[in-house]
Design a protein around this ligand. Structure first.
Ligand code: S3P
Length: 432
């Protein structure tokens, strides 16, 4: 993909349905009894993998009028799949389905693509085994073979690293376990879409947030009832356009119907601390998730310096860090990102990929095990590497818009994982 620099961004748009919420909508409506209609389901390959796995487990899912109809089978209605369940590139699919499959009285195998096959799974294997399932992995990595148990027991589990995928996998298993399962996160509360969606489907769970520790408890077993769901636009996809509009003077962009869950919006505060003007409007709630419009105006002044992102601040913006590193190169003091070692364990090693691409564009960057330090730079067009990673591709497309000269990104079609129309939507709002 070739990307030419842009003069400004102007327009009004919507982004595809939220990827995180869509995975949960499909899985939780499959676990419920009855038929649920999901509107604005995510269009990317990751959520399609979740749907394909659920179909292979005997769940009837059809598409009608742009909606998805899921005929829930109840938590004991899944059928064993003869073939391995292919999670593609999606860690969310693998870790959350593992939680569902732990409580089934059959054996399942979860596989993924080359990237997913390198990602750590002990974090989900350990709690599911503590609940009574047997999970075989390849030295802690996929494939996972899950020998389910219909007599799972509740556990109290403190997540060693905050992770919404693991928290969700344990909560989904807890629906089938006898007793109160407690999951706690002490460093940072990860996205809470599963908690919200379970409540939307009638589950009783309690949440406490005290003294820096978040605890969610679910008294199992619990049965869910079908319910329609409307999915807001994906704020993590919107983030790229918000950044582009903020960076290019005289821009004016409105993104409607975008999810504004507080566990996902921390990057907006970082943008604001850099001097960008971002306003939210028409904030409301649908299907137990907040959403609204985002309005961004192009910067009028040079960006300000937010010198360091570390500790819980970097954990809360983990998916946006490559993009924030690009913004960091545009601040007078540069930016240091620390405590972000998890970034090396995503769809690709996002620290290495970000450092490499920023250097290719002429920035001086120091790489640390847990982050990087980016010096201020006038970026120049370059040959960029996606690493087959959708978020790296989109972050460096934005970098290419503000660079001097044309850039080229290899394998840019990997955006299909979360945002198949990313380049078309971008072209519709870019002025050159
Ligand atoms: C996700 C959780 C996060 C995030 C990923 C989606 C989710 O991963 O990075 O893009 O939908 O629960 P971790 O659970 O590994 O932190």
């Amino acid at each position: 993909m070739r990307i030419r620099p842009a003069r400004r961004i102007k327009g009004q748009l919507r982004v595809p349905g939220d990827k995180s919420i869509s995975h949960r909508a499909a899985i939780i409506s499959a676990l419920a009894h009855g038929s649920s209609k999901i509107s604005s389901f995510a269009t990317g390959a990751d959520c399609a993998a979740t749907v394909a796995c659920l179909k292979a487990l005997g769940v009837a899912i059809t598409a009608a009028d742009g909606n998805l109809i899921v005929n829930g089978v109840g938590r004991h209605g899944f059928k064993r799949s003869d073939k391995p369940l292919d999670c593609g590139n999606s860690g969310s699919t693998m870790r959350m389905l593992a939680g569902v499959l732990a409580g089934q009285n059959f054996t399942s195998t979860l596989v993924g693509d080359d990237s997913l096959s390198m990602r750590p799974m002990r974090r989900i294997v350990a709690p599911l085994e503590a609940m009574g399932a047997t999970v075989q992995s390849h030295a802690g990595k996929p494939p996972l073979t899950i020998i389910g148990s219909d007599s799972l027991k509740a556990i109290a589990y403190e997540l060693p690293v905050s992770s919404a995928q693991v928290k969700s996998g344990v909560l989904l298993a807890a629906l089938n376990a006898a007793g109160v399962t407690r999951v706690s996160e002490s460093s940072v509360k990860s996205r809470d879409h599963t908690e919200r969606m379970l409540q939307w489907f009638g589950a009783a769970l309690s949440q406490q947030d005290t003294g820096g520790t978040y605890v969610v408890s679910l008294d199992g077993p619990q049965t869910l009832a079908a319910r329609d769901i409307s999915i807001p636009g994906d704020i993590s996809s919107a983030a790229f356009f918000v950044a582009a509009a903020g960076l290019l003077p005289n821009s004016d962009l409105v993104i409607d119907n975008v999810g504004l869950n507080p566990t996902r919006t921390a990057f907006l505060s970082v943008f604001e601390s850099l001097g960008l003007t971002v306003k939210t409007k028409n904030v409301r709630e649908e299907s137990n998730e907040p959403l609204g419009s985002i309005h961004v105006a192009g910067r009028q002044f040079p960006l300000q310096s937010q010198t360091t992102l570390s500790g819980s601040n970097s954990a809360q913006v983990i998916d946006e860090l490559p993009l924030l590193a690009v913004l960091g190169s545009q601040t007078p003091g540069g930016m240091e990102i620390r405590d972000a070692e998890e970034l090396r364990l995503k769809e690709s090693d996002r620290i290495a990929a970000t450092v490499k691409n920023l250097r290719a564009m002429g920035a001086t960057v120091k790489e640390f095990d847990d982050g990087m330090s980016v010096n201020p730079a006038q970026l120049k067009g370059a040959r960029l590497e996606s690493n087959g990673d959708h978020r790296i591709t989109m972050a460096f497309t934005i970098a290419a818009l503000i660079a001097a000269g044309e850039s080229e990104i290899d394998d840019a079609e990997c955006v299909r994982v979360s945002f198949p129309d990313f380049f078309e939507v971008l072209e519709s709002i870019v002025e050159r």
